[in-house]
Design a protein around this ligand. Sequence first.
Ligand code: GLY
Length: 565
Amino acid sequence: MKQYLVILCLLVTLIACKDHAPLTHTKTHGLITQQAMVVSARKEASQIGSDILKKGGNAFDAMVATELALAVAYPYAGNIGGGGFMVYRLHTGETGALDYREKAPMAATKNMYLDSLGNVVPHKSTVGPMAVGVPGTIAGVFASHKKFGSLPIEDIIQPVIELAERGVVVTEMQEERLKYFQPYFQEVNPNGTVLTGNWKSKDTIKYAALAKTLKAVMIGGDDEFYKGETAKTLAKFIQEQGGIIIEEDLARYEAKWRKPITFEYDGLKITSMSPPSSGGICLAQIMKMIEPYDLDLFGHNSLKTIQVLAEAERRAYADRSHYLGDPDFVNIPQEDLISSEYLIERMGDFSFEQATASEDISHGKVDIIESNETTHYSIVDQFGNAIAVTTTLNSGFGSKLYCPELGFFLNNEMDDFSSKPGVPNVYGLIGAEANSILPEKRMLSSMTPTIVEKDGKLLMTLGTPGGSTIITSVLQTILNVHEFKMTMQEAVNAPRFHHQWLPDEIRMEPNRFEKGLIKQLESKGYEINEERSPVIGIVDGILIQEDGSLEGGADPRGDDTAIGF
Ligand code: GLY
């Protein structure tokens, strides 16, 4: 892991040098187009999505194409063996959300990751067949297409199949990643995976087995994946490896349309993901807590701005741990949690003089391991529809378990449940009873696909990977545009920080904040950690400019690319 972090640190230093120019002088813009745009983690996926729009498809057609193309071009997080969330805003102004999060298999039990003494068995929820949740991605893309799609599914999936057959060129970042993950692939898949080998940048990797699976799904629809030959092969494979997912788990899976979280902030209307993601509620809590403060006067990443944000984040994450879980299984006091009365009271003990101690907010003990192993894409179409989608295998390449016959990696999303109260997951997030394991329950997420409106019109669609740092990265990007008048690209590029209640520290991207500022924060009782997270979030967003044109913000922290017309 250390070597991987060193590479990330070097990349971050390069990014830091790139945008050290004062933001108030010459404006840095991302790609500007007049009609439509896709911003995603790989140029191949953005291109396929944009081509679908150009053919006359809408944002939902492009969603299917981009999602599946990411499964080919970005197997680190793009997937058909995982799940995700979509938030949308139609050109009419109607908003909604789609939940295609993985769920626990029917044979799952509350204590399935504990040994006979009640201790968590290391790696059981993160690596290999027992870590796998029932995948939701194929159900998600078909639900999106059935409800809103306009092009025939063959026209959408065929270009993705061709991409998988033609192959995808390895980037420099991918070369480092593949090198790092080889021992993990080997440990879980002694017979190899499509990514096993000494891959170098500029090599082309072909995904023949995945192309075959996508073809079967294109012909047989989501029923092929959940009830057909693909389902039989997948369930048999997982069981042979020692897992507990059976055919009936796949047959019973369904994506769910949800009512998103909607709230107001300083004249903006913000729509984000509802439970089983914590993203929307947590974002609403933080933004309602910071709303009374004049952040624009305090300045971007100034002492006071950082204090206000960190204190609001601390309080919101404490609530996240306690209250949130799958809304089909637990009662979430949603309205109370985002009510102004509650949140004003919650910030009542904040003072600019001295940091609040997290132990005075609530209880708990967590350790944190940062991760950027999810992926996000944003789409605006020529009809004025907008979507924000975040999708994941959880960790990089998920459970590392690869089904050779079907050609894809399987998630390790079961680790997003709370295996045992007080024991953190890979993101260091502590869970409570609300997020305990039950058969067919969906695990809590931090994914925060978000759409922002101003004066009744679409302003922005955005989101990011980053585990527990997703919510605070989305927050800072919105504030960068709204409060600090940055362009979309500047807002994405800007240095980020993060507080998540416990451990009681502000994480900062290394070497991107002035040493004097850090000293001032320390003198007020804040602990600063610049080592934990080489990058915080990889944000992809689209901003509608005043003249109606679109500006893409593709994060240089990854290979992310905006393409449109
Ligand atoms: N697996 C990361 C998340 O859902 O937040």
